[in-house]
Write a protein that binds this ligand. Structure first.
Ligand code: IMP
Length: 180
């Protein structure tokens, strides 16, 4: 397979992603049997994983998206609003699954968890397709993790560098000289 010149190598193939998403879907099916969870994705990165995951989960589910704005440490520690586009659905008393593409320092997920919890859902769990635990600055609870990955900048399957590469069907490592 020919890679774009900016991509050093494939870290997670499309087939591996399909397997991982299938496993995550199976766990959600078990844990949410008899319920109708609301799957909330953080734009734009989570679009791809949420679209694949939602179609694999054989449960009645609802889908919503929030658009995360840039944040500073201040905003996260004081629990201020961290989204530009909030929820469309009312999640009060609902079972909510926050779906993230990747968790790095943990700041984004921490802020989203606080903001979603403030809407008083019945339950709130967090799913991350990819986790870079070595970079964590804020401790966050992740209930479902697809894959732990090393500290490298990755793109594809929703993840971008400067809005590029989101539609690659695999997760690839970006050559460091591209962002250096
Ligand atoms: P955190 O707040 O540091 O955990 O970062 C989370 C966000 O940073 C993710 O939702 C991504 O948008 C972005 N991000 C972190 N690491 C990567 C990466 O390796 N590739 C692309 N985006 C990343």
């Amino acid at each position: 397979m020919e890679l774009p010149p900016e991509i050093a190598r494939v870290l997670v193939t499309a087939a591996e992603l399909e397997r991982v998403v299938g496993e995550l879907a199976a766990r959600l099916e078990q844990d949410y049997e008899g319920r109708e969870p609301v799957m909330v994705g953080a734009l734009t990165g989570a679009v791809v994983v949420l679209a694949d995951l939602a179609r694999r989960v054989r449960l009645p589910a609802q889908i919503d998206f929030v658009s995360v704005s840039s944040y500073g440490n201040q905003a996260t520690s004081s629990g201020q609003i961290c989204w530009r586009k909030g929820l469309s659905l009312d999640i009060r008393d609902r079972d909510v699954v926050l779906v993230e593409d990747i968790v790095d320092t943990g700041e984004t997920v921490a802020c989203l968890q606080r903001a979603l919890a403030a809407e008083q859902p019945r339950s709130l769990r967090t799913l991350a397709l990819l986790d870079k635990p070595s970079r964590r600055r804020v401790e966050v609870r992740l209930d479902y993790v697809g894959l732990e990955i090393p500290d490298e900048f990755v793109v594809g399957y929703g993840l971008d560098y400067a809005q590029r590469f989101r539609n690659l069907p695999y997760v690839g490592v970006l050559k460091p000289e591209v962002y250096a």
